[in-house]
Design a protein around this ligand. Structure first.
Ligand code: PLP
Length: 300
Protein backbone atom coordinates (compact mmCIF):
# COMPACT_ATOMS: atom_id res chain seq x y z
CA UNK A 1 0.00 0.00 0.00
CA UNK A 2 2.58 2.51 1.10
CA UNK A 3 5.55 1.48 -1.03
CA UNK A 4 4.08 2.71 -4.29
CA UNK A 5 3.23 6.18 -2.96
CA UNK A 6 6.67 6.83 -1.43
CA UNK A 7 8.53 9.68 -3.12
CA UNK A 8 12.30 9.89 -3.44
CA UNK A 9 14.06 11.24 -0.40
CA UNK A 10 17.51 12.75 -0.46
CA UNK A 11 20.39 12.72 1.99
CA UNK A 12 21.64 16.26 2.23
CA UNK A 13 25.15 17.00 3.44
CA UNK A 14 25.33 20.32 5.27
CA UNK A 15 28.50 22.19 6.05
CA UNK A 16 29.11 23.04 9.69
CA UNK A 17 31.95 24.81 11.42
CA UNK A 18 33.48 21.71 13.04
CA UNK A 19 35.47 18.62 11.97
CA UNK A 20 32.44 16.38 11.60
CA UNK A 21 30.22 15.22 8.74
CA UNK A 22 26.54 16.07 9.06
CA UNK A 23 23.98 14.52 6.72
CA UNK A 24 20.27 15.19 6.90
CA UNK A 25 17.94 12.44 5.70
CA UNK A 26 14.94 14.29 4.29
CA UNK A 27 12.07 12.03 5.33
CA UNK A 28 9.95 15.18 5.14
CA UNK A 29 10.01 14.61 1.37
CA UNK A 30 8.60 11.09 1.39
CA UNK A 31 4.98 12.17 0.97
CA UNK A 32 3.28 15.57 1.09
CA UNK A 33 0.54 14.48 3.52
CA UNK A 34 1.86 11.30 5.15
CA UNK A 35 5.02 13.04 6.16
CA UNK A 36 8.28 11.90 7.65
CA UNK A 37 8.38 9.24 10.31
CA UNK A 38 4.57 8.93 10.25
CA UNK A 39 4.84 7.26 6.86
CA UNK A 40 6.97 4.47 8.36
CA UNK A 41 4.84 4.24 11.52
CA UNK A 42 1.56 3.86 9.64
CA UNK A 43 2.72 1.52 6.89
CA UNK A 44 2.40 -1.86 8.66
CA UNK A 45 -0.56 -0.72 10.75
CA UNK A 46 -2.61 0.05 7.64
CA UNK A 47 -1.48 -3.22 6.09
CA UNK A 48 -2.61 -5.12 9.20
CA UNK A 49 -5.95 -3.28 9.23
CA UNK A 50 -6.49 -4.20 5.59
CA UNK A 51 -5.48 -7.84 6.09
CA UNK A 52 -7.85 -8.10 9.05
CA UNK A 53 -10.66 -6.74 6.89
CA UNK A 54 -11.16 -3.67 9.09
CA UNK A 55 -13.03 -0.70 7.66
CA UNK A 56 -12.47 2.03 10.26
CA UNK A 57 -9.25 3.40 11.76
CA UNK A 58 -9.51 4.96 15.22
CA UNK A 59 -6.63 6.94 16.66
CA UNK A 60 -5.70 9.56 19.27
CA UNK A 61 -3.94 12.90 19.29
CA UNK A 62 -3.66 16.49 20.39
CA UNK A 63 -4.91 19.44 18.37
CA UNK A 64 -1.63 19.91 16.48
CA UNK A 65 -0.83 16.23 15.99
CA UNK A 66 1.08 15.34 12.83
CA UNK A 67 -0.05 11.78 13.44
CA UNK A 68 -3.72 12.79 13.23
CA UNK A 69 -3.14 14.65 9.97
CA UNK A 70 -1.19 11.75 8.42
CA UNK A 71 -3.66 9.11 9.56
CA UNK A 72 -6.64 11.04 8.19
CA UNK A 73 -5.01 11.29 4.79
CA UNK A 74 -3.86 7.63 4.70
CA UNK A 75 -7.36 6.46 5.65
CA UNK A 76 -8.83 8.62 2.90
CA UNK A 77 -6.33 7.30 0.35
CA UNK A 78 -6.75 3.61 1.21
CA UNK A 79 -10.51 3.65 1.64
CA UNK A 80 -10.99 3.48 5.41
CA UNK A 81 -13.32 5.52 7.56
CA UNK A 82 -11.40 7.34 10.27
CA UNK A 83 -12.13 8.58 13.75
CA UNK A 84 -9.79 10.97 15.56
CA UNK A 85 -10.15 11.13 19.31
CA UNK A 86 -8.82 14.57 20.15
CA UNK A 87 -7.62 15.78 23.55
CA UNK A 88 -9.61 18.80 24.83
CA UNK A 89 -13.40 19.00 24.82
CA UNK A 90 -13.22 22.83 24.70
CA UNK A 91 -11.98 22.54 21.09
CA UNK A 92 -15.41 21.31 19.98
CA UNK A 93 -16.82 24.83 20.18
CA UNK A 94 -13.86 26.59 18.55
CA UNK A 95 -12.95 27.00 14.89
CA UNK A 96 -10.72 24.11 13.76
CA UNK A 97 -7.00 24.82 13.47
CA UNK A 98 -5.31 23.92 10.14
CA UNK A 99 -4.29 20.41 11.32
CA UNK A 100 -7.79 19.46 12.41
CA UNK A 101 -9.47 21.21 9.49
CA UNK A 102 -7.31 19.20 7.10
CA UNK A 103 -8.04 15.96 8.95
CA UNK A 104 -11.77 16.66 8.76
CA UNK A 105 -11.51 17.56 5.11
CA UNK A 106 -10.05 14.10 4.46
CA UNK A 107 -13.08 12.57 6.11
CA UNK A 108 -11.88 12.06 9.65
CA UNK A 109 -14.64 12.27 12.24
CA UNK A 110 -13.28 14.30 15.15
CA UNK A 111 -14.41 13.37 18.66
CA UNK A 112 -13.28 15.86 21.29
CA UNK A 113 -12.91 14.47 24.78
CA UNK A 114 -11.83 15.89 28.13
CA UNK A 115 -8.21 15.62 29.23
CA UNK A 116 -9.33 13.34 32.03
CA UNK A 117 -11.03 10.91 29.67
CA UNK A 118 -8.11 11.16 27.24
CA UNK A 119 -5.85 9.66 29.90
CA UNK A 120 -7.72 6.39 29.34
CA UNK A 121 -6.30 6.20 25.79
CA UNK A 122 -4.43 2.97 26.56
CA UNK A 123 -6.99 1.50 28.96
CA UNK A 124 -8.17 -1.93 27.76
CA UNK A 125 -11.74 -1.37 28.96
CA UNK A 126 -12.07 1.97 27.18
CA UNK A 127 -10.60 0.56 23.97
CA UNK A 128 -13.06 -2.34 24.05
CA UNK A 129 -15.92 0.15 24.41
CA UNK A 130 -14.62 2.00 21.35
CA UNK A 131 -14.40 -1.12 19.20
CA UNK A 132 -17.94 -2.02 20.23
CA UNK A 133 -19.16 1.47 19.41
CA UNK A 134 -17.44 1.51 16.01
CA UNK A 135 -17.76 -1.92 14.45
CA UNK A 136 -14.92 -3.41 12.42
CA UNK A 137 -12.40 -0.89 13.66
CA UNK A 138 -8.64 -0.96 14.06
CA UNK A 139 -7.10 1.12 16.83
CA UNK A 140 -3.76 2.87 16.41
CA UNK A 141 -2.41 4.35 19.67
CA UNK A 142 -1.49 7.99 20.25
CA UNK A 143 1.42 9.09 18.05
CA UNK A 144 1.04 5.77 16.21
CA UNK A 145 3.54 3.94 18.40
CA UNK A 146 3.15 0.16 18.64
CA UNK A 147 5.22 -2.82 17.52
CA UNK A 148 4.14 -2.45 13.87
CA UNK A 149 5.26 1.20 13.95
CA UNK A 150 8.64 0.12 15.26
CA UNK A 151 8.86 -2.50 12.50
CA UNK A 152 8.22 0.26 9.95
CA UNK A 153 10.78 2.63 11.50
CA UNK A 154 13.48 -0.05 11.22
CA UNK A 155 13.31 0.66 7.49
CA UNK A 156 14.48 4.27 7.92
CA UNK A 157 18.05 2.93 8.01
CA UNK A 158 19.41 0.91 5.11
CA UNK A 159 22.16 -1.73 5.21
CA UNK A 160 24.62 0.80 3.78
CA UNK A 161 24.00 3.14 6.70
CA UNK A 162 25.28 0.60 9.18
CA UNK A 163 28.99 1.15 8.43
CA UNK A 164 28.50 4.63 7.05
CA UNK A 165 27.41 6.55 10.15
CA UNK A 166 28.71 6.70 13.72
CA UNK A 167 25.84 8.65 15.24
CA UNK A 168 22.18 8.80 14.27
CA UNK A 169 20.07 11.66 15.65
CA UNK A 170 16.28 11.89 15.79
CA UNK A 171 13.50 13.79 17.54
CA UNK A 172 11.50 11.88 20.17
CA UNK A 173 7.81 12.19 21.02
CA UNK A 174 6.47 8.79 22.04
CA UNK A 175 9.67 6.84 21.29
CA UNK A 176 8.49 4.62 18.42
CA UNK A 177 10.82 6.13 15.85
CA UNK A 178 13.95 6.01 17.96
CA UNK A 179 13.17 2.40 18.93
CA UNK A 180 13.01 1.38 15.27
CA UNK A 181 16.35 3.14 14.64
CA UNK A 182 17.92 1.45 17.67
CA UNK A 183 16.64 -1.96 16.61
CA UNK A 184 18.10 -1.64 13.11
CA UNK A 185 21.46 -0.09 14.16
CA UNK A 186 24.70 -1.90 14.96
CA UNK A 187 26.13 -1.84 18.46
CA UNK A 188 28.98 0.36 17.17
CA UNK A 189 26.51 3.11 16.32
CA UNK A 190 25.11 5.56 18.84
CA UNK A 191 21.46 6.61 18.54
CA UNK A 192 20.88 10.04 20.05
CA UNK A 193 17.32 11.19 20.69
CA UNK A 194 16.19 14.76 21.35
CA UNK A 195 13.05 14.78 23.42
CA UNK A 196 10.21 17.15 22.61
CA UNK A 197 8.95 16.69 26.17
CA UNK A 198 10.37 17.38 29.60
CA UNK A 199 11.33 14.50 31.87
CA UNK A 200 13.10 11.17 31.61
CA UNK A 201 10.00 8.94 31.38
CA UNK A 202 10.68 8.54 27.64
CA UNK A 203 13.96 6.79 28.39
CA UNK A 204 12.05 4.35 30.59
CA UNK A 205 9.45 3.83 27.84
CA UNK A 206 12.12 3.14 25.21
CA UNK A 207 14.01 0.80 27.58
CA UNK A 208 10.82 -1.28 27.66
CA UNK A 209 10.69 -1.48 23.87
CA UNK A 210 14.32 -2.51 23.20
CA UNK A 211 16.99 -4.62 24.86
CA UNK A 212 19.83 -2.72 23.23
CA UNK A 213 21.81 -0.04 25.06
CA UNK A 214 23.54 1.99 22.31
CA UNK A 215 21.22 4.97 22.71
CA UNK A 216 20.48 8.02 24.80
CA UNK A 217 17.61 10.52 24.98
CA UNK A 218 18.33 14.11 26.03
CA UNK A 219 15.60 16.45 27.24
CA UNK A 220 17.97 19.44 27.57
CA UNK A 221 16.62 21.02 24.39
CA UNK A 222 12.86 20.63 24.95
CA UNK A 223 12.70 24.37 25.79
CA UNK A 224 10.45 23.85 28.79
CA UNK A 225 8.15 21.16 27.42
CA UNK A 226 5.98 19.95 24.60
CA UNK A 227 5.30 22.65 21.98
CA UNK A 228 6.93 25.29 24.20
CA UNK A 229 9.39 27.62 22.58
CA UNK A 230 12.04 30.12 23.58
CA UNK A 231 13.22 33.17 21.60
CA UNK A 232 16.58 31.37 21.14
CA UNK A 233 14.86 28.35 19.56
CA UNK A 234 12.80 30.47 17.17
CA UNK A 235 15.87 32.50 16.24
CA UNK A 236 17.85 29.30 15.63
CA UNK A 237 15.12 27.91 13.36
CA UNK A 238 14.96 31.13 11.38
CA UNK A 239 18.75 31.24 10.90
CA UNK A 240 18.96 27.55 10.03
CA UNK A 241 16.21 27.77 7.43
CA UNK A 242 17.82 30.81 5.85
CA UNK A 243 21.31 29.30 5.78
CA UNK A 244 20.49 25.76 4.63
CA UNK A 245 17.13 26.17 2.87
CA UNK A 246 15.64 23.31 4.91
CA UNK A 247 12.38 23.93 6.79
CA UNK A 248 12.05 22.96 10.43
CA UNK A 249 9.16 23.19 12.89
CA UNK A 250 9.35 24.18 16.54
CA UNK A 251 7.98 21.01 18.19
CA UNK A 252 10.39 18.31 17.01
CA UNK A 253 12.95 18.92 14.28
CA UNK A 254 13.74 22.51 15.34
CA UNK A 255 14.57 21.40 18.88
CA UNK A 256 16.64 18.46 17.62
CA UNK A 257 18.83 20.61 15.36
CA UNK A 258 19.05 23.32 18.03
CA UNK A 259 20.43 20.58 20.29
CA UNK A 260 22.80 19.13 17.69
CA UNK A 261 24.30 22.55 16.96
CA UNK A 262 24.71 23.26 20.67
CA UNK A 263 26.43 19.90 21.19
CA UNK A 264 28.74 20.67 18.25
CA UNK A 265 29.87 23.89 19.96
CA UNK A 266 30.55 21.86 23.12
CA UNK A 267 32.71 19.39 21.13
CA UNK A 268 30.35 16.59 22.16
CA UNK A 269 30.94 14.62 18.96
CA UNK A 270 34.28 12.90 18.36
CA UNK A 271 36.49 14.36 15.63
CA UNK A 272 35.51 13.12 12.15
CA UNK A 273 32.21 11.68 13.43
CA UNK A 274 29.81 10.84 10.66
CA UNK A 275 26.39 11.94 11.86
CA UNK A 276 23.07 11.13 10.24
CA UNK A 277 20.19 13.41 11.23
CA UNK A 278 16.66 12.15 10.62
CA UNK A 279 14.39 14.98 9.44
CA UNK A 280 11.09 13.48 10.58
CA UNK A 281 8.86 15.96 8.73
CA UNK A 282 5.92 17.47 10.58
CA UNK A 283 5.93 20.66 8.55
CA UNK A 284 2.13 20.69 8.26
CA UNK A 285 2.14 22.03 11.82
CA UNK A 286 4.02 25.12 10.71
CA UNK A 287 0.81 26.94 9.97
CA UNK A 288 0.09 26.98 13.71
CA UNK A 289 -1.51 30.35 14.56
CA UNK A 290 0.64 30.48 17.69
CA UNK A 291 3.87 30.50 15.72
CA UNK A 292 2.59 32.93 13.13
CA UNK A 293 1.75 35.26 16.01
CA UNK A 294 5.24 34.82 17.48
CA UNK A 295 6.92 35.48 14.14
CA UNK A 296 4.93 38.66 13.62
CA UNK A 297 5.56 40.00 17.06
CA UNK A 298 9.29 39.86 16.37
CA UNK A 299 9.08 42.31 13.51
CA UNK A 300 6.69 44.73 15.16
C1 PLP B 1 5.48 12.42 15.66
C2 PLP B 1 6.78 13.10 15.38
C3 PLP B 1 7.97 12.76 16.07
C4 PLP B 1 7.99 11.80 17.23
O1 PLP B 1 8.03 10.48 16.86
P1 PLP B 1 7.85 9.33 17.94
O2 PLP B 1 7.91 8.07 17.20
O3 PLP B 1 6.49 9.56 18.57
O4 PLP B 1 8.92 9.49 18.97
C5 PLP B 1 9.15 13.37 15.68
N1 PLP B 1 9.17 14.29 14.69
C6 PLP B 1 8.05 14.66 14.04
C7 PLP B 1 8.16 15.72 13.00
C8 PLP B 1 6.83 14.07 14.36
O5 PLP B 1 5.72 14.46 13.70
Amino acid sequence: MFSHIAQDIIDQRIIVDAPIQLTIRRLDQIHPQISGNKFYKLKYNFLAAQQQGKTTIITFGGAYSNHIAATAYAAHLFGFQSIGIIRGEELASQPLNPTLATAQQFGMQLNFISRKQYRLKDDAGYLTTLTTQYSNSYIIPEGGTNHLAIQGCREILSKDDLNHYDVICCAVGTGGTITGLIESSTSLQQILGFSALKGDFLSADVAHMTQKTNWKILDDYCCGGYAKTTPELLQFIENFEKKYQISLEHIYTGKMLFGIFDLITQNYFRKNSRILVIHSGGLQGKSSPFIIAKRHSKTE
